[in-house]
Design a binder for this molecule. Sequence first.
Ligand code: FAD
Ligand code: DLZ
Ligand code: SF4
Length: 515
Amino acid sequence: TGALRFVLGDQLSHAVASLRDLDPARDRVLMAEVLGEATYVRHHPKKIAFVFSAMRHFAAELAANGVTVIYVRLDDPGNTGSLSGELARAVAADPPERVVVTEPGEWRLWDAMRGWEAELGVPVEVRDDDRFFTTPRSFRAWAEGRKSVRMASFYQQMRKRTGFLMDAAGAPEGGKYSFDPDNREPIPGEVASPPRHTVEPDAVTREVLDLVAARFGHHFGTLDGFDFAVTAGDAEAALEHFIQHALPGFGTYQDAMRHGDPLLFHSRLAVYMNAGLLDPRHVCRRAQAAWESGHAPLNAVEGFIRQILGWREFVRGIYWWRMPAYAETNALDAHRRLPEFYWTGETDMVCLRDAIGQTQREAYAHHIQRLMVMGNFALLAGVEPALVNEWYLVVYADAYEWVELPNVQGMTLFADGGFLATKPYAASGKYIDRMSDYCRHCRYDPKKQLTDDACPFNALYWHFIDRNQARLRGNPRMAFPVKTLDRMGPDKVAALREHAERFLNALTYAEPGAW
Ligand code: FAD
Ligand code: DLZ
Ligand code: SF4
């Protein structure tokens, strides 16, 4: 008996560390669909269907390559319902020399993994996940001892180290590392969005869709129109589709939003990269090649590569460095429950209704919707970080805690007190009006503050600045709004506070755990 190689549902790469030195003559691969992973938060059915179908396709590819795969289906008799339980069952049934796994993407599972060797009585080797450009150790070595840990300096260092978009003399292409200021244009109505890449469900996916409908159909979100790629081959086609059609406009319209338009120029590739169907290095190389060939401009390619080489690695580094305490932070002392409309989409606020409705249908929203619509509302309203984190982990097909938590806790809610982001991304209705056409479809008016038809984001924004002014005063990037508040005079501030509170008091709130 050789090694038992345990591959998790977001490790579906043939080059994943745990499969690297696999000996098909002696080793076995274990994969398990388990209730615990589908329900520790009640994931969107599309996320569960994506993971299960991709797992089944991956197992079939391994088997076709002559690998012995022990594949446990959700409905198999004896399924213990947890990853630890399924590993223990496989080890007991036919003890291997050792177990080989790749480190997981969530702290709770890593914590469980540390106990496996003692529980199982066989050696357990936990390997680094080298599908990333950095390891938690190398990030920590870079970060510790720095005065401030900022994405911009991390990213510059990563550009130098990897050579992406660097010229022969070692300088950044185009003379600067970031073209972000070029990437904040709203999208004109006459600019058509690129066509969408879709994959027709095959027989394996259809069987999974039936299973998920029966078992998890009551979770938030719908299964209709499932069109995710579930194999590396189809994910590669999605990448080529993105490069061909959307990458050239990715930069300019990166921060734009449009009513009824879920994707715009975004790639929808996070779901594939996070599950192992696409390699981030390959994705960055393909984007760079599109710039080299003249197909896409530098502001688009740099902007895209920065998200992957910069943000994606940076948030992961922060996660493993600061966990488990990071999940408990609540620097702005926010304790409100989550409004019910996050789960139903039922609100007159059109930006929220559109972005949440699309999230129900697609298990997807692009970055600015996540950050500046749903995230901004939760920040301004002061919703308890744990409840917001749970929502984001539930609703997006690309959500795993290593990337979800820092984006919510740090970037969106400022719950870490400014460790990850330099200022809270708080915005009034004016920002949403500038970056989208939502307000044209809305019964509220983004230019008004105190009338019945005033955009609720406006009073909520000043309520936020007012109640947090002591915390924000020292932050140079918040000097302008704090000074504006000072100049408003107490009567105006009181009126805004009262307007915001009336609005918040009239909302229905979800019982924690009800969804
Ligand atoms: P594109 O816009 O096409 O971007 C390209 C790629 O860059 C993405 O596929 C992704 O891999 C990477 N990327 C972009 N921004 C970020 C970022 N801030 N952090 C990490 N990677 C980034 N991303 C997730 O993968 N999973 C999550 O659970 C998740 N939760 C988020 C929650 C909030 C509140 C916010 C503000 C952002 C979150 N993000 C998350 C980051 C980002 O919004 C998504 O990666 C992106 O929207 C995925 O869509 P896309 O593939 O079309 O991205
Ligand atoms: C997300 C997910 C789901 C829904 N189901 C499974 C599963 O049944 N089996 C499995 O191995 N992995 C699943 N996953 C992915 C895991 O939750 C993921 O590996 C951990 O969250 C760590 O990143
Ligand atoms: Fe959203 Fe306010 Fe615009 Fe309505 S008016 S869409 S609530 S920003």
